[in-house]
Design a protein around this ligand. Structure first.
Ligand code: VG1
Ligand code: CO
Length: 539
């Protein structure tokens, strides 16, 4: 029976950029999830007769949220839900299944790289029929609905069994529980040279994939161990857990520290990689070697010819403004366009749909291509393995050869966390007002050539987005400031710094960029305004 339940809006139900990302404790409040789902359905004009893809990264509260969403979808007249077995779907797999089935939308229950568990975070990413996350305009519309919602619809029924594959009916709605990995594996087989990678593993190439107790464990076992023949046990932290076994599933040098110590120890395998909670981010490591994500995007682009799916040529490339300019130098050499867009994968989607770009990436360990409309962690790992298989070179050799060819872009991101929201907003507003006064002046021996906000006009839909403040120096160095949109604890100020060197490749990035960090802190008055003398996190 369909029940209409009265509800009242939450005051300021905080939204993420393409859905919600919140503390579990907040989401546990009565009707919070129901309000969001009904508001979403209302904002898009209802879901009657539509097909959605549904799944998640298995984090805490996913099981309960899945059941609520299924029953609400049925009550709202949805025609069909395609659901990953046991409710599991990585973000990239979900995008693929959405596109493959020409579905109308997709919901991925994940707060991505944020920690899970009862005291962690929960989230929902909403993708449209394009396969990518909804635009800010749609997010805004959903938010407006959450402020005036008075009731939601739900089917009163028992929970649905999601453990068995196959089709079942719930009222008039069809539910198809699918294998979450099969279609995705098939897509990867169409893109990469699996035979070459198989031979690489047969030759004794050693490999570790850290799934960080999150969604990619089963995908990685099926793809790397079973399909490609990597040694059994190569995939570690392979069982998805609601609290990620206490790990912070963000694949970087700080949060994947066990993997990093393995790679810097005496028994390091040839190659290691990690993915984040929902499988869209990746970290690449060689023996005693870390590949910066900005470099990784540039290196993959430079080596596109080794990959069967791209060997006949690529369109342009794109990076977020905060990402280093390394890939732009490759694009120039290849004679293809390089776009710079605001942070957030959704900003790449129009460029992919209009065939302007093939590859894109963000400094935050995200790389991908137009095979789907999300960044893709396992895709990036396979791309590296395919290059290694084709060239016979190690991760560090490939990267060093790249630096020799193009110069090295030293790059780091510095995060100042848990800042009071007003302090952070004021800091950014005042910095923006002061930007033009920096131009032509010299700080710490470096002359500012230009300083301005980053404003992007989407070439397809004409929409304008302003996100981040940029300061350029005469020697090619660059600082970018922006506030995080995904945090759940006060404001996070991100300061992105790069410096370019044509010949000097061996300095430690932290040493190399120290003086620029000082300049960045001075220009934005970070210490004076936040009391912080150094960043909380450097990645
Ligand atoms: C962060 C990253 C950004 C990424 C976003 C979502 O956003 O900086 O590059 O697109 O997370 O990633 P912010 O606003 O906190 O800087 V995730 O892996 O949702 O999927
Ligand atoms: Co993610």
């Amino acid at each position: 029976m369909i029940k209409t339940v009265s509800t009242s809006p939450y005051n300021g139900q905080k939204m993420g950029t393409a859905g919600i990302r919140q503390k579990v404790q907040t989401v546990l409040q009565k009707n919070y999830l129901e309000n969001f789902i009904q508001s979403l359905f209302n904002a898009i004009g209802g879901v009657k007769g539509q097909t959605f893809v549904l799944g998640g990264d298995g984090r805490y509260y996913n099981d309960i949220a899945l059941q609520k969403i299924i029953k609400m979808a049925a009550a709202n007249g949805m025609k069909k839900l395609i659901i990953g077995q046991n409710g599991m779907l990585s973000t990239p797999a979900s995008s693929h299944i959405l596109l493959k089935n020409h579905a109308d939308g997709g919901l991925t229950l994940s707060a991505s790289h944020n920690p899970g568990g009862i005291n962690g975070d929960f989230g929902i990413k909403y993708a449209t029929k394009t396969g990518g996350q909804c635009s800010s305009a749609v997010s805004d519309k959903i938010f407006e609905e959450t402020k005036r919602i008075t009731s939601y619809k739900i089917l009163e029924t028992d929970d649905i069994d999601l453990s068995k594959k196959g089709v079942q009916k719930l009222g008039d709605m069809e539910i198809e529980v699918i294998d979450p990995i099969e279609d995705y594996l098939e897509l990867m087989q169409q893109i990469f040279d699996f035979d070459a990678i198989k031979k690489l593993f047969q030759s004794g190439f050693s490999f570790v994939f850290d799934a960080m107790n999150a969604v990619t464990g089963p995908y990685a076992i099926k793809i790397f161990e079973e399909a490609l023949g990597a040694k059994k046990g190569s995939v570690i932290n392979a069982v998805p857990m609601p609290d990620f076994g206490g790990l912070h599933p963000d694949p970087n040098l700080v949060y994947a520290k066990d993997l990093v110590s393995l790679m810097y120890g005496d028994h390091a395998p040839d190659f290691a990689a990690a993915n984040d909670g929902d499988g869209d981010r990746n970290m690449i490591l060689g023996k005693k070697f870390f590949v910066s994500p900005s470099d990784s995007l540039a290196i993959l682009t430079d080596n596109y010819r080794y990959i069967p799916a791209y060997k006949n040529g690529i369109y342009g490339v794109a990076k977020s403004a905060a990402t280093s300019t390394a890939v732009c130098r490759v694009a120039k050499a290849l004679g293809v366009d390089c776009y710079e867009v605001p942070t957030g994968w959704k900003n790449f989607c129009n460029l992919m749909d209009s065939k302007r770009i093939t590859f894109c990436g963000e400094e935050s360990f995200g790389t991908g291509s137009s095979h789907i409309r999300e960044k893709d962690g396992i895709w990036a790992v396979l791309f590296w393995l395919n290059i290694i298989a084709a060239t016979g070179k190690s991760v560090s050799q490939i990267t060093r050869d790249f630096w020799k060819k193009y110069g090295r872009t030293y790059y780091l991101r510095f995060d100042f966390e848990a800042i009071d929201l007003k302090v952070a907003d004021d800091l950014m507003a005042d910095l923006e007002n002061n930007l033009s006064s920096f131009e032509g002046k010299t700080y710490g021996g470096r002359k500012v050539t230009s300083a301005h906000p980053f404003v992007y006009q989407d070439p397809v839909d004409g929409s304008q987005t302003k996100n981040g403040l940029l300061v350029y120096f005469e020697d090619g160095a660059r600082i970018c400031y922006r506030l995080s949109g995904t945090g759940t604890n006060g404001a996070t100020l991100r300061v992105y710094i790069e410096a370019y060197e044509k010949e000097n490749f061996d300095e430690n990035p932290k040493d190399k960029l120290r003086s620029l960090l000082d300049i960045a802190m001075t220009l934005a008055q970070i210490e004076k305004r936040t009391g912080k003398t150094k960043p909380d996190l450097t990645t």
